[in-house]
Design a protein around this ligand. Sequence first.
Ligand code: THU
Length: 161
Amino acid sequence: MKTAEVKFSISLFDSIDELNKEDALLLREARKVTQYAYAPYSNFNVGAFAKLENGKTVSGTNQENASFPAGICAERTLLSTASSLFPGVGIDTIAISYNNLDGKSDRPVSPCGICRQSLVEFQDRTKKQIRVILSGMEGEVQIIENAKDLLPLVFGADDMK
Ligand code: THU
């Protein structure tokens, strides 16, 4: 038997003030767009804001539905928007924030499993690694250089060949 270890690094910052200008701008916008979430069932407003390879920016928020499974996460709203407005263009960096209207929002929260899967396929098909910035409305910020790190042993199109 052999053992394989899967490791990855996260950059940790105490607050948005420690980020470079461009990353701080993306996070500020992600925090801002949480107000456009439609989340009357969870009261958990998620905002995503990304800079694409072509320099354009796009945003996404979670959009819930009384039929719960019909709702969609902020990250996948953003990916669909990016892909619809700028087909084939990769994402350089995505910032993800949330405003928990029933609680605190002072620590980073990671994308759900389905969004991780979608992020990885998006970066594979655009051949552009996606940087991920995570933070609440205040407090610690995490930066992950490659969205793929968030989903080790990912299932992808190549696995079906
Ligand atoms: N949500 C996101 O938008 N992104 C995630 O990665 C985690 C969860 C949304 C889905 C739902 O509207 C609410 O947050 C609570 O799960």
